[in-house]
Write a protein that binds this ligand. Structure first.
Ligand code: GUN
Length: 274
């Protein structure tokens, strides 16, 4: 069994981004918008800011209080779309309930959409065109699989979870790489049967779902989940101790997908479109 070391690869990717940014004539400027007081979001946004500093990408965090209206947020995004100094816009999710997330995503210019969440980028991926940006988490996962030379073409892949942030784009990106892809979710009966036949499992659910004896021998298991267990310990969707002995490759939590997501986002943020 080989551990997919996201921490080490993320440092390598970030170094590559840093070198690339240093040579750029037009400097990237990432603007991250944080609305409200979600503590987890605040940590994620801080990590993004720190990573940007490390690779020489200018970043600005705009903090908006819970009282901000949808109209005001949309106006802010439009201002950033028009601002030639700003090359990337990221609105941290989730948003407070009074703001329609889809309206916000629709407002971001596709060429500044470093998350790859806008319909143009999602649609480009779906019809086989190159999007301006691929969503950071699935892109980071593919970087990790490629680093370890894990074959994708012709393989059976199971994606657990169908979020716009991870599950759906992950499935599209695996499909683009010629895997046979199954998406499982809360209405899928017998998820275990699907996992058992998969060469690649990507789990993005947020609860312990991939357990003992569920996985195919020598398969590759990627754990996107991150949450605290009843003892307060950080853990993922996969029961690592029971699953790891029989697999070929497995990503740990922490130190797997998390650092890759940030590195992949920085890779995106270093891209500058005219
Ligand atoms: N919230 C959790 N993950 C993400 C992400 O990748 N992008 C944004 N904007 N918000 C998130």
């Amino acid at each position: 069994m080989v551990i997919l070391d996201g921490k080490t690869l993320s440092l390598k990717v970030l170094e590559g981004v840093r070198e690339r940014v240093a040579k750029l004539e037009r400097k990237p400027h990432l603007v991250v918008i944080l609305v409200g007081d979600n503590p987890a979001s605040r940590i994620y946004v801080n990590n993004k800011k720190k990573a940007a500093e490390k690779v020489g990408i200018k970043s600005t965090v705009i903090e908006l209080g819970l009282e901000v209206t949808e109209t005001e947020l949309l106006a802010k995004i439009e201002e950033l779309n028009q601002d030639e100094d700003v090359t990337g816009i990221l609105v941290q999710l989730p948003l407070p309930e009074h703001i329609d997330k889809n309206k916000v995503v629709l407002a971001i210019s596709p060429k500044k959409d470093v998350d790859g969440f806008t319909p143009e980028n999602v649609g480009r991926l779906a019809i086989g065109l190159e999007p301006y940006f691929y969503p950071a988490t699935p892109q980071g996962i593919l970087m990790l699989l490629d680093e370890y030379n894990i074959p994708i073409e012709g393989k059976e892949a199971v994606v657990i979870g169908r979020s716009n942030i991870v599950g759906k784009p992950m499935a599209q990106m695996l499909l683009k790489r010629n895997a046979t892809v199954t998406i499982c979710h809360s209405f899928t009966p017998d998820i275990e049967d699907k996992i058992k036949t998969a060469d690649i499992v990507v789990s993005a659910v947020g609860k312990k779902i991939v357990r003992c004896k569920m996985v195919k021998k020598n398969s590759c298991v990627v754990d996107v989940g991150i949450f605290r267990d009843s003892n307060g310990k950080l853990t993922g969707d996969v029961d690592f101790d029971f699953v790891s002995p029989s697999v070929g490759f497995i990503s740990p939590v922490p130190g797997g997908v998390g650092p890759m997501t940030i590195a992949s986002l920085m890779f995106n943020a270093s891209k500058v479109y005219q």
